[in-house]
Ligand binder design. Structure first.
Ligand code: FAD
Length: 385
């Protein structure tokens, strides 16, 4: 595919994973990322089962991922007095291999940077498809033409908005919000603990984040760039809460890093339109569903592999990518982490805790996640490469 030029929007997980394969298959790859560099942070993300392992091994990064893994941490569910109610085992929250999202993004960038062009601090402003390419304008860089454009720019994808239409046509609010706040080590120096009241959860400690909040809420109207307003929204959502929540919320205004977003799901009829295709959360995102990173890595493998198999014929390749992947990505259309993390009533909190006291139910849940993660027959697109 020597003559194929591909522009990828987004340099988190899906974008660099695709860049890895396309560069290996001979394409000329450019990755544009809105942030000024590889974005650090986020919680730990995870891989589950043989399919994820196989793709990481074929990428040649399995050992590096294993070397950086967190090792997983049990999380204790506590009541308002701090007494343990149940333990969520690390293997449930952290899959088989758990790694900090920022470490994985950094690793993928290091591996791909020598073989493709990264443009940080810029974003696509328009896409115009012609018979033999896509004319792209950028906020900062000069206009350029590419053969193909890939939207790997997350659940609020810019490429999806430009090529497919407004976000509200494709992104469904799932009734909860989550916030991550970097409150310092003194706040999170103990074991990983999680506290619930109906419709709200607060957690500290462990590899996930220094403080992590999930609360039920109808869709809120706020500016996604106005972080001060978002801090106020979170404080409002936890008014009157027990345990250490007042102490944590009091520190939110000074949090070194703070991030708020809705739990949301992407549903789209087709992953591609002409020469533009979506990958990862942009196509099948489901916030905190626990499958996003695995789907991104396997999706990149299949999309690149199908382009190779079709010798760069994007029509054939995009159709085959979608045909194979839609079934595998079905988990993203089912689960919502909100009612699990912040159950709506005291009874539902008790029932959730109870499932973790039963080894049998836990085994069933782990088996189910393994089944979803391995439910695709991987092709070997470039044997021996
Ligand atoms: C900072 C951050 C923290 C995260 N934390 C968690 C977490 O704690 N737990 C979890 O399960 N998942 C988290 N995720 C999501 C997780 O990375 C994804 O679900 C999964 O890995 C699939 O990744 P993706 O590459 O498709 O999308 P994402 O990881 O969302 O990456 C999208 C990338 O596109 C970039 N981008 C967005 N808009 C534009 C634009 N207009 N132009 C160019 N680039 C753009 C973003 O800056 C980002 O780098 C986080 C993502 C990010 C970016």
């Amino acid at each position: 595919m020597k003559n194929l030029t591909v522009l990828i929007s987004g340099a988190s997980i899906a974008g660099p994973a695709l860049a890895h394969w396309l560069a290996r298959y001979g394409c000329t790859v450019t990755v544009v990322e809105r942030a000024p560099g590889v974005r650090p942070g986020g919680q730990a993300v995870d891989f589950k089962g043989a399919t994820h392992r196989t793709v990481l091994r074929r990428m040649g990064i399995l050992d590096d991922v294993l070397a950086r893994q967190t090792g997983g941490t049990d999380q204790t569910i506590i009541n308002a007095e701090g007494r343990a109610q149940a333990v969520i085992p690390g293997e449930f929250t952290g899959g088989e291999i758990e790694i900090h999202r920022g470490d994985l993004a950094q690793l993928l960038h290091e591996r791909t940077a020598p073989h493709c062009e990264y443009v940080f601090g810029d974003t696509i402003t328009s896409l115009t498809e012609t018979a033999d390419g896509v004319d792209v304008t950028f906020a900062r860089a000069a206009p350029r033409r590419f053969d193909l454009v890939v939207g790997a720019d997350g659940i609020h994808s810019n490429v999806r908005r430009l090529a497919f239409g407004p976000e509200h046509d494709y992104v469904q609010h799932l009734g909860h919000y989550y916030a991550l706040a970097e409150l310092g080590e003194e706040v999170a120096d103990g074991d990983a603990v999680m506290y619930n009241e109906p419709g709200r959860m607060a957690a500290v400690g462990g590899p996930k984040a220094s403080a992590f909040f999930v609360f039920a809420s109808p869709e809120l109207d706020y500016d996604r760039t106005d972080v001060e307003r978002q801090r106020t929204l979170v404080a409002g959502a936890y008014r009157g809460a027990g345990w250490r929540v007042p102490e944590l919320i009091a520190k939110v205004p000074e949090a070194r890093e703070f991030y708020l977003d809705a739990l949301a799901r992407v549903t789209i009829d087709h992953y591609s339109r002409g020469r533009v295709v979506l990958l990862g959360d942009a196509a099948y995102g489901n916030t905190l569903g626990g499958f996003g990173t695995g789907l991104a890595i396997v999706g990149a493998y299949v999309l690149a592999g199908e382009l190779l198999a079709a010798d760069g014929d994007h029509r054939a390749a995009f159709a085959r990518y979608e045909e194979q992947f839609r079934g595998y990505a079905k988990i993203s259309q089912r689960a919502s982490a909100g009612p699990f993390l912040a159950p709506p009533s005291r009874l539902r909190i008790k029932l959730r805790d109870w499932t973790f006291k039963s080894r049998f139910l836990l085994r069933l849940m782990l088996k189910a996640t393994d089944n979803f993660a391995t439910d695709i027959k991987l092709k070997d697109y470039a044997p021996g490469s």
